[in-house]
Design a protein around this ligand. Sequence first.
Ligand code: 5GP
Length: 181
Amino acid sequence: MHSHLDAILFHETTILSRLDELGRQLTVDYAGRDLTVLLVLHGSLFFAADLLRRINLPLQLTSLSVSSYHGGTESAGTVTFHQPALPDLRGRHVLIVDDILDTGLTLDSIRRRLEEECQPASTRLCVLLEKRRPRPVEVRPDYVGFRIEDAFVVGYGLDYQGHYRNLPLIGTLRKEFIVAG
Ligand code: 5GP
């Protein structure tokens, strides 16, 4: 799979040492609060598994399955929720964990739905990657692993047509492996 990449942005050791820092910060910030971590599936799986083991606090875990890319390399502009009901988050301090902030449409719609329908005590956003690009909606993540240029990346949970999630690093895909259209 490595041979399908044209550049490696972050090796596993770099990612994990950044997660050490994020885990320490989250441990301080959520001390004494009822923390629920909401994973946005499937992209956040690897990130969350490594990050949550670095948060030295009791927490509850729940997840939400959404999609916005529908197999391509650009957002389709619509966010599809794959479960009709949201988890019970009333009164909880909710940390929404996602792989990457691109257009912001996904996290904006998740946060809005949670705040309208679930009455959490608070919601914050944590992403592994944030693309430097203009966004159609204003979304400010509270915790960011790395800021990157506006390129399509794979690995460490991020896929292209279902592949590359289990690459232990993050990189950009060579053009010949991206199907036109
Ligand atoms: P947004 O709604 O912010 O445009 O996109 C959110 C979702 O699109 C992310 O959670 C991720 O699943 C997908 N996405 C956005 N940018 C990339 C990217 O560069 N690579 C991959 N593999 N997925 C991306």
